[in-house]
Design a protein around this ligand. Structure first.
Ligand SMILES: Nc1nc2c(ncn2[C@@H]2O[C@H](COP(=O)(O)OP(=O)(O)OP(=O)(O)O)[C@@H](O)[C@H]2O)c(=O)[nH]1
Ligand SMILES: [Mg+2]
Length: 359
């Protein structure tokens, strides 16, 4: 069997050398005829690179410097530049034991496209995962992926997986952060990839410092990747606006209202077009650059909350104003949905498919 063992790594000076050694020992134990160990780093500022120097002259070990930042980017370019057709990857913090590769071999022989090591089917050692991740974040995101995409996953955040390179090349991955992990599952489901899981053991990392994962920020990014790829949420928004339009017709000031809404519609469409322009040309323009830099969802939540509060305090006779406010909220939120979808799934830090330009 031939295999690339890929290790995404950022500032792991304490554990990286041990990881490479364990990966080497695993390859020897399994008598892999052709293999490589590929470390994908993208900007370590501690002694990680020095720790890797000792492997420099070993023919099976390769260190890759990826220009694009992020966990997902490191794996993406690592997979694309792998020498062999199957890629086994896991973290550099010793939380996953590389010897567990043996558990994946039957599924590799069955030519699966993605094989996931599930910690929830296997064992999670005490104190290895924060309470919030173990009992809330990961189960919730996993449930959503199972429900929406109908893929029988039990651990959408697992960092130990095997992917078939030829299959990966068919998926147009777009995200460079930790949410890459969810995107891989979702797109495997969408493309009808052959998927299976094996139970694995997860233990406390040995890096002795904070994880790179930021629970709320990364959780949110996972959620966006999962929800925005399915058009059903858009259908709900469209239905709501049809209901609103039907309601508004029965009012006399409908012409004035229509004009305001029409002009809003055109200006929002203009902004969306500028976002799409960046997605298509891979080059930011002034407007898309501005839109990508501001926390639109936070602004949306504040605006919506404010509008709802306004609706609650306005007396009943101001029905026209109420309808107007509702229209504003719907417009703004639908528009936000579009922009966020474009930002998350079309504008991509992974746009450069030329590996050498990114490494
Ligand atoms: N190259 C690269 N590697 C990264 C980056 N962020 C994280 N990593 C590596 O990806 C792996 C996973 O990161 P962790 O910080 O362990 O995140 P996690 O496993 O999701 O979170 P924990 O469960 O808390 O360990 C580790 O090997 C990190 O060194 C990054 O931006 N670039
Ligand atoms: Mg980890």
């Amino acid at each position: 069997m031939t295999l690339t063992i890929l290790i995404p790594c950022l500032n792991e000076e304490k554990t990286i050398a041990r990881c490479v050694q364990v990966a080497q020992a695993t390859a020897k134990k399994l008598k892999l005829t052709h293999y490589e160990i590929l470390v994908a780093d993208n900007g370590s500022t501690d002694h990680t690179i020095q720790r890797l120097q000792r492997f420099k002259n070993q023919k099976n070990v390769r260190i890759m410097h990826v220009r694009t930042k992020g966990y997902g980017a490191a794996l993406h370019y690592g997979i694309l530049s792998a020498k062999y057709s199957y890629i086994f990857f896991a973290d550099a913090d010793l939380s996953y034991d590389f010897h567990q590769l043996v558990l994946f071999l039957p599924a590799i022989q069955q030519k699966n496209d993605l094989i996931l090591g599930s910690r929830f089917l296997g064992k999670i050692e005490p104190h290895s995962m924060p309470f919030l991740h173990q009992y809330f974040g990961t189960p919730l995101l996993t449930f959503l992926i199972r429900m929406i995409y109908r893929i029988p996953t039990t651990d959408c955040n697992s960092g130990m997986r095997v992917v078939k390179k030829s299959f990966y090349k068919k998926i147009l991955m777009k995200n460079n952060g930790m949410e890459w992990a969810s995107e891989l599952l979702v797109k495997t489901a969408l493309l009808g990839g052959k998927y299976s899981e094996v139970p694995i053991t997860f233990r406390k990392d040995q890096r002795g410092k904070h994880s790179h994962l930021k629970s709320w920020r990364d959780g949110w990014r996972h959620l966006k990747v999962i929800v925005l790829l399915k058009p059903f949420s858009f259908v709900i928004a469209a239905l709501l606006s049809i209901v609103f339009a039907a309601l508004s017709i029965s009012f006399s000031q409908v012409t004035a209202l229509s004009w305001v809404l029409l002009s809003e519609f055109f200006s929002f469409s203009f902004l969306i077009l500028k976002e799409l322009e960046e997605a298509m040309t891979n080059r930011p323009n002034r407007i898309s650059h501005f839109l990508n830099g501001i926390p639109l969802v936070v602004i949306g939540i504040i605006f919506t909350t404010f509008a709802i509060a306004q609706l609650l305090v306005l007396p009943g006779q101001y029905s026209m104003i109420k309808i107007f406010v509702i229209a504003q909220v719907l417009f703004f939120d639908i528009w936000l949905f579009f922009i966020e979808t474009i930002k998350t799934h079309l504008i991509s830090p992974l746009h450069n498919t030329n590996i050498h330009a990114a490494v």
